[in-house]
Each structure stands twice: as C-alpha cells, then as structure tokens.
Design a protein around this ligand. Structure first.
Ligand SMILES: CC(C)(COP(=O)(O)OP(=O)(O)OC[C@H]1O[C@@H](n2cnc3c(N)ncnc32)[C@H](O)[C@@H]1OP(=O)(O)O)[C@@H](O)C(=O)NCCC(=O)NCCS
Length: 147
C-alpha cells in the first residue's frame, strides 16, 4: 500500500515548489515567478499564512510528489503533482485527507476548460460546476469608447 503524508511547506521546499510551478501548462497563463520571489512567498507563508490557510507537500513513500493549497479568501484549492505521480489515485486520496484536515464551509476550484484531468478529479469528489470564469488580455480590451 502506498504511504501518503502531508507536511506543511517550509523553506526547504523553495526549489521543489519552484520546479513544480515551471511544469504548469502554458495555457494556464500562470504569473511568471523567480526562485527569489518563491523564497519570499514561502517565507510569508511560514510567518503569517497571509495568502494560504494551508499549503502542504504531498509525500508518497517519503518522496515529494506534489503540493496542495487552500486560499483564505475564497476557499480555493490548488493541486499540482509531478507527472510520475499522476493517474495513480494519489491526487484523490491526498485531497480527501487535505479537506479533512482543513474543515471549512465550502471549497472552490478554478479550472481551465482544457484541463480534463482536473475536471474529472473534482467532479468525482463531488464538486458542482457553478459558474464560468472569463478572461481577457488587457491589450484586447476594446478601445472604441464614444466621446
Ligand atoms: C489535475 C491532477 C491533480 C489530477 O490528478 P490525477 O493524478 O489524475 O488524479 P488521480 O490519480 O487521483 O485520479 C485519476 C485516475 O487515476 C487512476 N487511478 C485511481 N486510483 C488508482 C490506483 N489505485 N491505481 C492506479 N490508478 C488509479 C484512475 O484512472 C483515476 O480515474 P477514475 O477516478 O476515473 O478511476 C493531475 O493531473 C495534475 O497534477 N495535473 C497537473 C497540475 C494541474 O493541472 N493542477 C490543477 C489545476 S486546476
């Protein structure tokens, strides 16, 4: 049986979380980060938990496999696993553990349309689709304002 452990992110995880961030699908249009900005972000998390209520590394048989996070503001979950730990049931098990450890009234997830794995995962966990998120690049905003 696989051993799955969740441990709070700390300063030893700067490189791992940075590397995992670089693997994000380009279509996600994630904000670019540097190793230095990640160091600051983690220090802030360790000191005052300002953005995330909880942020953990998922260890599978003692090896770092991915991360889970929960935002204070809207209960938004984030979940990212290294490719070799995907499609093995690890995301489902660790998310269920994470939700139990972090009880709150509701949780949200923002998923891009193309991310069928993520949609499958959360729908299996019982999440309901309750809206559509739109995005526009600022250079595409129409400038035809009448005088
Ligand atoms: C999105 C993401 C977390 C989904 O996780 P996942 O690895 O697909 O999730 P799981 O492994 O728990 O479940 C998926 C499939 O694994 C397989 N699986 C489940 N348990 C298994 C087991 N014990 N052994 C082998 N395979 C298993 C099943 O095929 C399962 O599908 P099913 O539920 O229809 O049976 C993962 O793809 C990922 O990290 N992607 C990159 C980051 C990302 O996109 N994050 C989300 C941003 S919104």
């Amino acid at each position: 049986m696989i051993d799955i452990e969740l441990k709070s992110v700390d300063e030893k995880d700067i490189q791992f979380t940075f590397d995992l961030y670089q693997l994000r699908d380009k279509r996600e249009k994630a904000e670019p980060i540097t190793l230095e900005s990640q160091k600051t972000f983690i220090k802030n998390y360790v000191n005052d938990k300002s953005v995330f209520e909880s942020w953990v590394i998922v260890y599978v048989d003692k090896e770092k496999a991915g991360t889970l996070s929960l935002r204070h503001s809207n209960g938004e979950l984030g979940y990212y696993f290294l490719p070799k730990f995907q499609n093995k049931g690890i995301a489902s098990i660790s998310l269920k553990k994470f939700l139990k450890l972090n009880p709150r009234e509701y949780y949200t997830v923002i998923v891009d349309n193309h991310n069928t794995h993520s949609i499958h995962l959360i729908e299996k966990l019982g999440f309901n689709r309750n809206g559509i998120q739109y995005r526009i690049e600022s250079h595409d905003i129409p400038n035809d304002i009448p005088k």
